[in-house]
Design a protein around this ligand. Sequence first.
Ligand SMILES: Cc1cc2nc3c(=O)[nH]c(=O)nc-3n(C[C@H](O)[C@H](O)[C@H](O)COP(=O)(O)OP(=O)(O)OC[C@H]3O[C@@H](n4cnc5c(N)ncnc54)[C@H](O)[C@@H]3O)c2cc1C
Length: 97
Amino acid sequence: MPRARCRRRGRWQFGWLEGCSVETDDKGFIRTGSAVHAGYEDVDLTLETSVPGVFAIGDVRSGSTKRVAAAVGEGAAVVGQIHGVLRERQRLAGGLR
Ligand SMILES: Cc1cc2nc3c(=O)[nH]c(=O)nc-3n(C[C@H](O)[C@H](O)[C@H](O)COP(=O)(O)OP(=O)(O)OC[C@H]3O[C@@H](n4cnc5c(N)ncnc54)[C@H](O)[C@@H]3O)c2cc1C
């Protein structure tokens, strides 16, 4: 598996997600959405990684725009997706009708 990357003091860092089973692309950016999972019906999971319940946003995400506004937007969008996953898990466990 390629190593996940993150920039620190302007330089890309490698290895911080080693052993977490999160899938990355060939450059080390974290893959999300339909690239790595089938997802749930009716729940937007474009920012979820290959590990269920683990999300990636901003520069570290494969295919992201690598701009401040994009990172902030993904930060806002991921909240709704996390709520969607929690709601779906509750429904599957029989807690919601
Ligand atoms: C020189 C330069 C100029 C840029 N100019 C522009 C511009 O003009 N306009 C624009 O829109 N975008 C610009 N960008 C891009 C913009 O900075 C990024 O798209 C944006 O900062 C991404 O936000 P982020 O939260 O995903 O990542 P970051 O802002 O990189 O935040 C990641 C954070 O995680 C921390 N971190 C890293 N590793 C660990 C760890 N193991 N544990 C805990 N914390 C960790 C880092 O210290 C950092 O604080 C520029 C980038 C660079 C490098």
